[in-house]
Each structure stands twice: as C-alpha cells, then as structure tokens.
Design a protein around this ligand. Structure first.
Ligand SMILES: [Zn+2]
Length: 528
C-alpha cells in the first residue's frame, strides 16, 4: 500500500509547509524571488569580485509566444500509459534498498505484446540487484521470467492486445555501491553513495520505449554519456528510511508529502524517472521563479557559510535559467525544480531534479564565468531537452546534449552578455572540437571526444542555424519542436521536421558540415 497514491497531490500540498517548517532539522532559508531585485553577493575574495546574480537585462531578441498546450505545473496525472507505484525502504546503515513496485502498463504500442520487458536503467552490475518476486495481476509469483542484461523479460499468461492493460508486481533489493573515483567511473554516481549522501538515480525497473519494427528498445550500457531511452510516465514513490541519523532530508522531484517522520512521498506525472538523493548533511535553500515554480537547492558542503553563499548563487542561477528558458522554449514541465550538489563529477539530468557536481560548488570563484554557472544552466535546460522532449540518448545524444550546451549560451547572452565571448572560448573553442554531431555514444572510447563532437560541435551547428534563420525563426523552431514532441521520444527527423520545408532546404549546407547523415528528411517520393 502506497500512502502517496491516490490523492497525493492535495496531501503533498498540505504537508509541504509542514515539511519545510517542522520536519527539517533546521528551517530552509527562503530567499524569495530573485527576479525583481538584483541580488549582490560579496565573495570572500574581495570587493573587486562582487557580482550581481539575478539582474535581468531587458530581453534583446523578440521571441514567439510560448505554446499553451502544457498546463502550468506540468502535465496532469493519468495521461501516461505507464504508472509506477514504488514503496521502498532504504536501510541507511546497510546501504541497501528493499522495494515493492507495481507497474500498470496500457499497451500503447499498437502491437500484440508477449513478453513484456522491464529494463533497469541505472544498475550497471546485476549482482547488486536481487529480484525476489515477479507477478502479473493477481496471479501467483512467476517462475519463468528471465533476468539478463539489465532486463526482466516477463512472459504473460496471454498476449497483451493493443489498448489492453497489464499490471506487473515486483519485489527486489538493491545493494548500493560506493561512488567510484574519477570521471570514467564516477560519473554514474547518481546511483551509489558517498560519505555524505545516498543517490537513487534510475534505480527501479521501467517499461522501455517500443518501436514498431524494432521492438523494445534497451540500449547497451556504455561507459560514456547516457544509454537511456526513457518513456514518459506517472509515478508515486514512497521512500522510508531505516537506521538513519537525525536530520535526514530527501531531495526528490514533483509534489511531495511526509506521511510520517521516516517517510517521503513523491508524485511526478509525465516524467521519465523519479530519482532521489538522501543526506543528513543537506542544506536546503528555496526560492521561486517569476511564474511561481518552487526551486530548491540541496547542498552538502561542510563549510556552512561558504556553501550557503555558493548554494544561493546556484539557486538563483537555476531560477533565472527556468525563467529564461520558459520564454525561449516553452513552459517548464514540472511543478517544482530541485538541484542537488552531487558527490560525483560534472552533473546529471533527471526529471524535475538535476545533480550538479560538488566540484563545481567547491571551486566556484564568485563569478559567473565559471563551471557552476554553465553546468547549472545546462542541467536545468535538460528539463526541456530530455525530460519534456525525450530522445534515444544512446543513438541520438545530440538531440539533448547539443541543445543543452547551446542553452548555456542562451543563458549567458541574456544574463551575462559580456561573457558570451568567454563562453565560446572557454567552453567550446579551447577544445578545438571536431567530429560529426549525429553519432551514437558507442562511437566514443573517452568522454572528451564525445563532448567535443556531440556537445561542442553541436552547439556550433545550432549557432550556425540561428545565424542562418534569424532569432525569431530559430526560437520558433525550438518552441515548435518542444511543443510537438512533449512527452514523446524524438528522433532526428522530428527535430528537423519542425522547421518549415523552405527553412530546412535552405540550411542543407550546415547539416552537410556537421552531420554524418545530412539528409535527415529523405523525400520518400524522390528517385534514389
Ligand atoms: Zn547534458
């Protein structure tokens, strides 16, 4: 029985203030909206490096009206073909999680399905995952399911017709592993633990994407980038923590409630994951965007004064990024935004929650020309380019990463126009990037060539598109793409087809320079 569901939203709203005010070991610092008044942060390095965080210069470029299809606060629950109900118990001391999970799946593939597949996206070593029970509907535990290659293959009692629903119950435990050192192994630290936090990213099985002709899409896990193809779904997740210290906080997306002092419930609709982070050392800062979206930053810095100043800066950066990206791309897709300082390299996007590496918090120099700024803006933009508009992150990583990298530039242009040249030099040109943009992650053996080709050449390609099309057409293109593909898993053709045919044809030379497959939209009637 999951105490979050149904009726969780009202419960969550009613208990949100209770949580913030009464359950937390210390009250969060509400900074208020950063937008009407600039906020000046004096760094510890001297008055010469006083910076203005939240000033918003007048918008320089006209932008089209955002599409109105998406309701403020995200999509309504109940519209998804998959609903996950997860009851988990985290043993803080043992670093294990016991999970009871229900998956309600309506066959939206148009195909008769048998078997049904569940993929375990974040679990790299199946030895950490112990599956103890699988059942379909009210039936007895199944014996003849298959667990291999991060997939659970479930033979149904009868094939699942299109439009029919199936309910799968799972019970499993997960042994968490220490976050490993170094970029190559540490970047998967969104599932694992450090001395001060436990991260549960992509930690329970999910129904994979399905494509007619290809079947279930579960990509090979690759040590570079992401290998996920996650469909939009509804979630009600309860995490109960046993053997934990006082003062635990759980960072999670969506609406949340506290049924008791050891439990946290999160409800998220239209998300691609529900990923959590738990710590007894979290500081929590909150604000809200101009449109009233709550924004929270959880930091684990051990120097309270310094870390809170840095956290406040990250908080305002995230809120500013949402404000700007709503005008450029369309409405923010969720009811809340959470940024977590993660004890692993770089950053990682999830739905309604992102990690930004502790190293970017720790090394922040008090200015905006800094990794903390650009990675925070980058990860926030993934709420549009990953969470709202999905893609095959293994086969077509540029559909989210090139757009997220270019979103950094859009952020700097608006808030720090004096730093635009710095961004190009520091973020892109200093690496002399090369390579085709539209290649899968499995092309690469190391992170830098991957970033150079997909992120940096991708940003150059998008900039050339913008110069060719003009700002109004360029941003109208991004908005149309975001609106048309919201909740879906976009392919390159969907991205380029969001251009008018004449605009597509006129930019062929740009695609020829940057894409291995420049003729993305092949005319089916043309003579080969
Ligand atoms: Zn990214």
């Amino acid at each position: 029985m999951n105490p979050c569901f149904p009726g969780a939203r009202l419960c969550a709203l009613a208990t949100m203030f209770f949580y913030l005010a009464a359950c937390a070991p210390e009250p969060p610092v509400r900074t208020g909206s950063p937008l009407p008044q600039p906020v000046t942060l004096a760094t510890t390095l001297g008055a010469s490096q006083v910076i203005t965080v939240a000033a918003r210069p007048p918008q320089a470029t006209p932008t089209p009206t955002p599409p109105a299809e998406l309701l403020p606060g995200g999509p309504a629950c109940g519209a998804s073909s998959v609903v996950y109900t997860v009851d988990a118990v985290l043993d803080w001391s043992a670093r294990t999680v016991r999970v009871m999970q229900q998956v309600a799946f309506t066959n939206d593939t148009g195909q008769v399905l048998d078997p049904v597949v569940l993929a375990i996206p974040g679990v790299i070593n199946l030895g950490d995952f112990t599956l103890t029970r699988v059942a379909v509907g009210d039936g007895p535990p199944l014996r003849d399911y298959i667990l291999r290659d991060s997939q659970i293959i479930i033979l149904l009692p009868a094939p699942l017709e299109p439009g029919s629903a199936a309910q799968v119950s799972l019970e499993f435990s997960l042994a968490l592993q220490p976050i490993r050192q170094g970029y190559r192994h540490g970047h998967t630290g969104y599932l694992g633990y450090s001395a001060r936090q436990i991260n549960l990213g992509l930690w329970f099985p999910q129904i994979p994407a399905y494509r007619e002709g290809n079947g279930w899409i579960v990509r090979e896990q690759w040590p570079i980038g992401e290998s996920f193809v996650l469909r939009s779904a509804d979630y009600a997740v309860t995490l109960r923590v046993e053997n934990g210290p006082d003062g635990l906080r759980v960072a999670g997306p969506g609406t949340f409630s506290r049924p008791d002092a050891q439990s946290w419930c999160f409800e998220l609709c239209g998300g691609r994951d529900v990923s959590l982070s738990v710590s007894d050392q979290f500081h929590l800062l909150t604000t809200s965007t101009a449109n009233g979206i709550p924004v929270e930053v959880f930091t684990v810095g051990d120097s309270a004064g310094g870390s809170l100043e840095t956290a406040r800066y990250a908080l305002h950066t995230a809120a500013n990024a949402i404000d700007l990206f709503e005008t450029r791309f369309g409405p923010y897709p969720f009811p809340r935004m959470v940024v977590v300082e993660g004890d692993f390299p770089d950053g990682m996007e999830f739905s309604g929650l992102v990690f930004v590496s502790e190293s970017w918090f720790r090394t922040w120099g008090g200015t905006a020309n800094d990794w903390l700024t650009l990675i925070t803006a980058h990860e926030v933009s993934h709420q549009w380019w990953y969470a709202a508009v999905g893609n095959d992150q293994s086969r077509d990583p540029y559909l989210d990463e090139a757009l997220a990298t270019y979103s950094e530039l859009i952020f700097y242009e608006h808030y720090y126009p004096d730093l635009v040249d710095w961004w190009w030099a520091f973020r892109v040109n200093s690496y002399t990037p090369s390579g085709y943009v539209d290649v899968p992650v499995t092309t690469f053996e190391g992170p830098r060539p991957y970033i150079n080709a997909v992120y940096l050449q991708g940003a150059r390609m998008l900039h050339e598109m913008r110069l060719a099309l003009g700002d109004a057409v360029f941003f109208a293109w991004l908005q149309r793409y975001a609106s048309l593909m919201h909740g879906a898993i976009a392919e390159p053709g969907d991205f380029w087809r969001a251009l008018e045919p004449g605009q597509y044809a006129a930019t062929h030379a740009i695609r020829q320079r940057y894409l291995a497959e420049a003729d993305v939209l092949k005319d089916p009637d043309s003579i080969p």
